[in-house]
Design a protein around this ligand. Structure first.
Ligand SMILES: Nc1nc2c(ncn2[C@@H]2O[C@H](COP(=O)(O)OP(=O)(O)OP(=O)(O)O)[C@@H](O)[C@H]2O)c(=O)[nH]1
Ligand SMILES: [Mg+2]
Length: 456
């Protein structure tokens, strides 16, 4: 398989100024030479240079192109790579790709270029996975975090921990083999110190995984309130477009509506819901039920109150439901005469942030963003020396390693014999290995790369 030369449109099949077809493998240069004419054949140009020329289908001129030739091993896949930059018409890209395939390449599977980079040792698995995260990142924090992982931050941390574990495993093994020369006297206490330190690092990484999910997937935010308070208007202001229908008729929104909203640095996955009230309308009832259940799944609740009318029974009901949840209260319609004060709210919803906003005048959105940032992201994520775990596979492996080390600690406390320690130390070592792609089987590798987009 790895011997095949593979090709794909790496810029995606969307119309653009330029589109790029990437070819990788032993025959990449020869394959492209069969359809390319320039001053020199590509087999004669220097590595890591770009050449001007034309692509032909037999005698027929297909496009005017710039072609990069990069010979192994200093390439993305560590194989010979040729990149043909064509004009970015979808038809043209497909046409050139089919020519490349006719002259000897086969279509690349999704993620196959990156898979080769991994299998050829240019990236470890955590770095390869970060490529996918980087491509799909929708905000600054997610982009920075993926980049840090791509640069090998996680790999370095994990490799460091594994080295420490391996040292202890080796020490125990040699002491058991050669008790005359290596004494295990006092060793358990020393091992205790080492495992405690590793556990601390693992716990930190695991705790950060929740923030990692906020960064990568966006904070799941639900807008709730009674009918007509301006929930959909707020969604529209945040989305910067008319996403939801807004009218002055209470009960306008029936179904839940979801929208991804980027604040630049971070993103929200916002759900607008039907206004919560008692109703005989069957459709509206279902909407209200959906609104109530989405409260339970939310990371953040934006509770919207219409300040221009006094609080009503529905408001008290809603406040009772969300009392112990992460809530920001938005006093909307602040452009009108206020009938509701912050105190009216705080006596029912103690210790919640209350912000005055006006969806009509787009007021208060900056305060809202700042408040969410303080609630969800500590300063250290934003300035960022470390990185967040954003991948569930990694979190799982860290938890497994943590559990094995917990067993080591227990064995030490119970005064178990030393060979007990090494089994669990070895398990922890292997669990951590999964993160960087050591001791993972082929099926898992295939599964991971299959999630990639075409051409990467
Ligand atoms: N003056 C003023 N009117 C607003 C403001 N926000 C929303 N409105 C008006 O309030 C009415 C209801 O707005 P919606 O956004 O549909 O309210 P909703 O909470 O989604 O209502 P339901 O979907 O029925 O639950 C509309 O007439 C809006 O124009 C505001 O900040 N100031
Ligand atoms: Mg609405």
């Amino acid at each position: 398989m790895m011997q095949d030369t593979i090709a794909a449109v790496s810029t995606g099949l969307l119309e653009g100024g330029i589109g790029m077809i990437r070819v990788s493998g032993e025959d990449a240069v020869a394959v492209c030479d069969r359809i390319y004419k320039g001053k020199k054949p590509l087999s004669q140009v220097e590595s890591h240079t770009i050449s001007y020329g034309h692509i032909y289908d037999g005698e027929e001129l297909i496009d005017e192109v710039m072609v990069s030739v990069m010979r192994a091993p200093r390439t993305y896949t560590r194989e010979d790579v040729v990149e043909i930059n064509c004009h970015g018409s979808v038809y043209l890209l497909k046409r050139v790709l089919s020519l490349v395939l006719k002259s000897g390449a086969r279509p690349a599977e999704p993620g196959e270029f990156t898979k080769r980079a991994f299998l050829n040792g240019r990236l470890d698995l955590s770095q390869a996975e970060s490529v996918m995260d980087l491509i799909s990142s929708e905000n600054e924090l997610s982009m920075k975090n993926s980049l840090r992982q791509l640069e090998g931050y996680l790999k370095k941390t994990v490799t460091g921990l594994r080295e420490k574990l391996l040292f202890e495993i080796a020490f125990i093994e040699s002491a058991l083999d050669d008790p005359e020369h290596i004494s295990l006297e006092g060793y358990p206490e020393k091992l205790r110190g080492v495992t405690d330190e590793i556990i601390q690092t693992l716990d930190g990484l695991i705790a950060g995984a929740r923030d990692g999910s906020y960064i990568k997937n966006g904070i799941k935010t639900v807008i709730v309130g009674k009918p007509n308070v301006g929930k959909s208007s707020l969604l529209n202001v945040l989305a910067k477009r008319e996403r939801a229908i807004v009218t002055d008729i209470p009960g306008t929104t029936r179904d839940t509506l979801e929208e991804n909203i980027s604040f630049g640095e971070f993103s929200l996955r916002v759900v607008d819901t039907a206004g919560i009230r008692k109703t005989t309308d069957v459709i509206e009832q279902i909407g209200v039920q959906k609104a109530i259940s989405s409260i339970e799944e939310a990371d953040l609740i934006l509770y919207v109150v219409d300040t221009s009318v006094p609080l009503e029974e529905e408001d008290y009901q809603i406040m009772k439901k969300i009392r112990d949840l992460p809530v920001i209260v938005l006093l909307n319609k602040s452009d009108l005469l206020a009938k509701v004060s912050e105190e009216d709210i705080s006596s029912h919803l103690p210790k919640k942030t209350v912000i005055s906003v006006s969806a009509a005048e787009h007021d208060g959105m900056e305060e809202l963003k700042e408040e969410i940032r303080t609630m969800f992201f500590k300063g250290d994520i934003i300035s960022g020396d470390g990185m967040m775990i954003t991948n569930e596979r990694h979190t799982y492996a860290l938890q497994q390693a943590r559990a094995s080390l917990g067993k080591v600690t227990e064995s030490i406390a119970n005064g178990m014999p030393e060979d007990f320690y090494s089994i669990d130390l070895m398990d922890a070592y292997e669990s951590l290995g999964h993160i960087i792609g050591e001791s993972v089987d082929d099926d898992l590798v295939n599964e991971i790369f299959a999630k990639f987009c075409m051409g990467k």
